[in-house]
Design a protein around this ligand. Structure first.
Ligand code: DSN
Length: 421
């Protein structure tokens, strides 16, 4: 963010009316202000985004789409949605964008609903190799209602095995192929996926929830020219409000729109739609490309510095905003590392590595991401220090107080939301 101070919603009013909830908000600001956030799927929304989120647009029921609502009185909120759609289309060069999904998961549900029938076969990335819950977990609608076949990464390179994807597609004849991941650090070859989908007559869904910001910033290639449907989130690399979206071709627009509403969702959250418009507007500024470039550069420096500390970057490095680190050489599991880092004020998550011998509650890896720290203005120098603090937190639990103190100093020197409320 452009180091713009944020003075929050009216904390004085909230404290007066509801001190308990005000305390939660202030404590969360303190947590953020005292720690380093390395969760790859999080970011810090700008003051303008937060202002739109805290607006009276939350009051309005607006089922339907601009100009075609089921309630009267939508002519004002229609303008917010039109702005969001128009800006998102310009940002991504998409023919059609639906900005109403409440989250990336509901965006994916809408994509399935628009293109498939229950029982259809889907080919998607295996969860332990980087796929998402909605790419076929048995605990999720995708694994329960669809016949999901999974592809993974190669054991030797830890990169997507496009030959395996093609073989599985030819063997199983999926109705839809999904590309996109939550813990795959490398660029995805959308053209290769398009070729495979065409060969078997499958729809291609690109889930770019994690990489939409890097795509918009021109750091990673766009999935839009290749995929029939592209789903994304607005709160990760895009620095917007928590929410999702769906892009598609003009031909698929009516199917996607009907799937989002009324099939999957009810009334859109118009304050969130307005905040999405703000975020897309911010991402259209030239400075956003520079931000995206710094996110990826910071991830590279962080991965290299963690490697120098004896942690192995899965696939040898990263092209994106995240790195997946194999901790087996350290003798510390992902779960223990997560807990030790949390005690030191560093928030990151345990993550399975490909072919992980440990279960998901333990794991052999951690995932680190740089959207938050980059928004805070940290650069290469700070990434090297963060890597050394992570390594100390993981290896030397006895040093937790000293590590915590330095983490706090670093975070306070790069604070974006003020603490004195
Ligand atoms: N929970 C998100 C992530 O951390 O990757 C995906 O939904």
């Amino acid at each position: 963010m452009d180091a713009e101070p944020y003075y929050g919603p009216d904390f004085g009013l909230l404290r007066g009316r509801d001190p308990e909830v005000a305390r939660v908000l202030v404590d969360e600001l303190d947590r953020l202000g005292d720690g380093v956030q390395l969760i790859a799927s999080e970011n810090f929304a700008s003051p303008a985004v937060l202002a739109a989120l805290g607006s009276t647009l939350t009051n309005k029921y607006a089922e339907g789409y601009p100009g075609r609502r089921y309630y009267p009185g939508c002519e004002v909120v229609d303008r917010a949605e039109r702005l969001a759609v128009d800006r998102a289309r310009r940002l991504f060069g998409a023919q059609h964008v639906n900005v109403q999904p409440y989250s990336g998961a509901t965006a994916n549900l809408a994509a399935y609903a628009a293109l498939l029938q229950p029982g259809d076969t889907v080919l998607a990335m295996a969860l332990p190799h980087g796929g998402h819950l909605t790419h076929g977990s048995r605990l999720n609608f995708s694994g329960r209602w669809f016949d999901v076949v999974s592809y993974g990464v190669r054991r030797d390179t830890e990169l997507i095995d496009y030959d395996e994807v093609r073989e599985l597609a030819l063997r199983h004849q999926p109705k839809m192929i999904i590309c996109g991941a939550t813990s795959y650090p490398r660029e995805i070859d959308f053209a290769a996926f398009r070729g495979i989908a065409d060969e078997v007559g499958a729809w291609l869904l690109a889930d770019v929830a994690h990489t939409a910001g890097l795509m918009a910033g021109g750091v990673l290639p766009s999935a839009v020219p290749y995929a029939d449907v592209v789903t994304f989130t607005t709160h990760k690399g895009l620095r917007g409000p928590r929410g999702g979206g769906v892009m598609c071709t003009r031909e698929l627009a009516p199917r996607i729109d009907r799937a989002v509403f009324p099939f999957v969702q009810g009334g859109p959250l118009m304050h969130v739609v307005a905040a999405k418009a703000v975020a897309f507007g911010e991402a259209l500024r030239p400075s956003f490309g520079e931000y995206a470039r710094r996110v990826a550069e910071n991830a590279r420096v962080l991965a290299d510095a963690l490697a120098a500390e004896g942690m192995r970057p899965v696939s040898g490095g990263t092209d994106s905003h995240l790195a997946l680190m194999d901790l087996r050489e350290t003798g510390v599991s992902g779960a223990v590392a997560e807990r030790r880092c949390a005690a030191a004020g560093i928030t990151l998550n345990r993550n399975m590595i490909p072919y992980d011998p440990e279960p998901s509650a333990v794991t052999s890896g951690i995932r680190v991401g740089t959207p938050c720290v980059t928004t805070q203005g940290m650069g290469a120098e700070q990434m090297k220090e963060v890597a050394s603090l992570v390594a100390r937190a993981v290896r030397e639990p006895g040093a937790v107080t000293r590590v915590r103190r330095r983490v706090r100093e670093l975070a306070r020197a790069h604070q974006i939301y003020p603490r004195e409320l």
